[in-house]
Design a protein around this ligand. Structure first.
Ligand SMILES: NCCCC[C@H](NC(=O)[C@@H](N)CCCCN)C(=O)O
Length: 561
């Protein structure tokens, strides 16, 4: 390549800097999506928002996307381009964040209905920006990484989102303290900061576009340079949203199965994550506070032991997958696994007290689900690239999902709860790693934009229903708990206690056994149905692939004969 024809994306340092700048939007929006998760109980004790209302706040976040916002956003992105669309939808998400924060601070009124209405309006605006931001970021990564490390960049970008979710679940309650609003203000500030990072990115984007224009104007664009400089135009032509494409997709059996699988699978994962900390606290006796020796003692040594076994199994799974097969010979690999597990087991033993306290904390333990996927998704992704078996891995993922939700609903054992969380984490890595590249095999490249937009739209139908549905069912099957907590809250407030003190007192009363806990059996058992539907759809997908010959079971780049 002629040196004078080099453009910004040819510099690895600039490319990766761009990835960090735009992925910050992904980090912040995923954070904002999930930060309410550990605050479920605090919202009830601090703001009087019960589980059904909590479900409404979370569920309505997706409402605009359920009614075509992603498709509208895609069309706007095609017309306005990355810069304006990013600013518009990133700005919308930020505005939603600000309104949610102001509502939590009582800016629109202190009474429950004003707070609830403000939270809902804020979340609706945030949700309207969220998914389109995800599409804008993906398009930006394609613009900068096509011809370079595209798959890796996408996996790292997804990792930023997962890190946002994990941190949101792990630290929001610590930020909140005894009232909800500090956690909301912090989460909204993160989106604002990420929008500033996006504005910084715009300088690189403008500069590269100018370089491409100059190269073209100079008439120097030939051969390899033509491909590089023409990337943006090529992608814009490729990825334009067309309704005619939608009709073609809707008549493709394999696409229908994978789109429905996307709905069933994600409905059992993202909504579950919103309730996971509260489930662990209410059903398995985990704590909300950290460190609280009283809670740890109440939790019992059996659970502490199980949690440590959970960590060792996690490390074992990690080392088996991470140790490269290039270590020739099974015994060499086995020995390395043994050494790693042995060393970690000793470390785990030495830090058992701290670790034990962390692993009996609901939010911290639940945050391990998205955290684990940061490591596992790229590993499974590279397995799918090299060995194929995508449809079979989706069947396996759905099976693990069923095991996870059964062990978290019908059984009461903390050990099974840890195993359930582990298998949910593996399923949450396995299915996305196999699903998204499979879409690219089923759908022609020039219809991929339309395919993702329509899949995200139907996915949001499921998410909206289950975000709200879990909370609503929890409310329905626990009338006596709702009443007892609400009466206690009213009476403590009447005694002059602050909302923070009320929250603390209610927690204490639950620990002492004077106030009941929520029963999560039915709301989580309902998710087992999603797992069963997922397995059925994954089988149908495998069958359809045999008929239609997309090669989902083959390694990347290999076509069926
Ligand atoms: N290239 C497509 C990657 C999709 C990743 C996938 N994201 C979604 O499905 C979004 N529609 C949902 C965003 C909700 C954020 N909590 C993922 O697995 O995250």
């Amino acid at each position: 390549m002629n040196k004078s024809n080099k453009i910004l994306k040819d510099s690895a340092a600039v490319r990766w800097l761009v990835l960090v700048l735009v992925s910050s939007l992904m980090f912040a929006t995923y954070y904002f999506q999930d930060f309410f998760s550990p605050l479920r109980e605090l919202m009830e004790t601090d703001l009087g928002i019960n589980s059904e209302e909590f479900g409404r706040v979370i569920g309505l976040t997706t409402i605009a996307n359920m009614f075509g916002m992603i498709i509208i956003g895609g069309i706007i992105l095609d017309k306005w381009g990355i810069r304006l669309a990013g600013l518009a939808f990133g700005g919308l998400a930020t505005l939603g964040g600000i309104i949610t924060a102001l509502a939590s601070m009582g800016y629109f009124g202190d009474d429950k209905s004003s707070v609830l209405a403000g939270l809902i309006v804020g979340r609706i605006l945030f949700g309207s920006g969220l998914e389109v931001v995800c599409v804008v970021v993906t398009r930006t990564i394609v613009k900068w990484f096509k011809g370079y490390e595209l798959a890796l960049a996408m996996a790292i970008n997804m990792g930023f989102g997962r890190l946002g979710s994990a941190l949101a679940i792990a630290i929001s309650l610590d930020i909140a303290g005894v009232t909800v609003s500090p956690a909301v203000v912090f989460a909204a500030t993160l989106i604002g900061l990420s929008l500033i990072f996006f504005v910084v990115y715009l300088f690189f984007d403008i500069k590269m576009d100018k370089q491409i224009k100059a190269i073209k104007a100079a008439g120097q664009v030939k051969g390899e340079e033509a491909i590089i400089a023409g990337v943006e135009q090529e992608e814009e032509a490729d990825e334009d949203f067309k309704f005619s494409d939608l009709i073609k997709l809707a008549t493709n059996k394999s696409f229908i199965y994978i789109a429905l699988l996307c709905v069933a699978f994600y409905s059992a994962v993202f909504p579950f994550i919103q309730y996971a900390p509260d489930l662990l606290v209410n059903k398995f006796g985990f704590s909300y506070v950290l460190p609280d020796s009283a809670t740890v003692v109440a939790f019992g040594s059996e659970a502490l032991g199980s949690s440590l076994v959970f960590v060792v199994i996690f490390i074992f799974a990690l080392s088996v997958t991470l140790i490269p097969n290039s270590l020739k010979g099974k015994s060499a690999k086995r020995l390395s696994v043994l050494i790693i597990v042995g060393v970690f087991a000793v470390v785990v033993y030495l830090v058992r007290d701290t670790l034990g306290v962390w692993l009996v904390n609901g939010p911290k333990t639940a945050s391990l689900i998205p955290l684990g996927t940061i490591i596992f998704t790229p590993i499974f992704g590279s397995y799918v690239d090299k060995k194929g078996k995508a449809a079979s891995l989706m069947i396996l993922g759905a099976l693990l999902l069923i095991f996870a939700h059964l062990s978290l609903s019908v059984f009461q054992s903390p050990f099974l709860a840890y195993m359930g969380l582990l298998s949910l984490g593996i399923a949450f890595s396995l299915v996305p790693a196999a699903m998204w590249p499979s879409v690219a095999k089923i759908v022609a490249e020039n219809r991929l934009g339309t395919a993702y937009a329509s899949m995200f739209t139907v996915q949001n139908w499921g998410l909206g229903a289950f975000f709200w549905g879990i909370g609503a069912l929890l409310y329905k099957v626990n009338p006596q708990v709702v009443q007892a907590i609400s009466e206690m809250r009213e009476s403590l407030l009447a005694q002059g206690l602050t909302s923070g003190e009320v929250a603390d007192k209610i927690k204490l009363l639950q620990l002492e056994g004077s106030l009941p806990y929520y029963d999560y059996t039915w709301p989580i058992l309902m998710l087992v149905a999603c797992g069963v539907i997922s397995i059925f759809l994954a089988f149908k997908l495998k069958q359809a692939d045999k008929e239609q010959g997309y090669g989902l079971e083959l390694p990347s780049g290999q076509k069926p004969e």
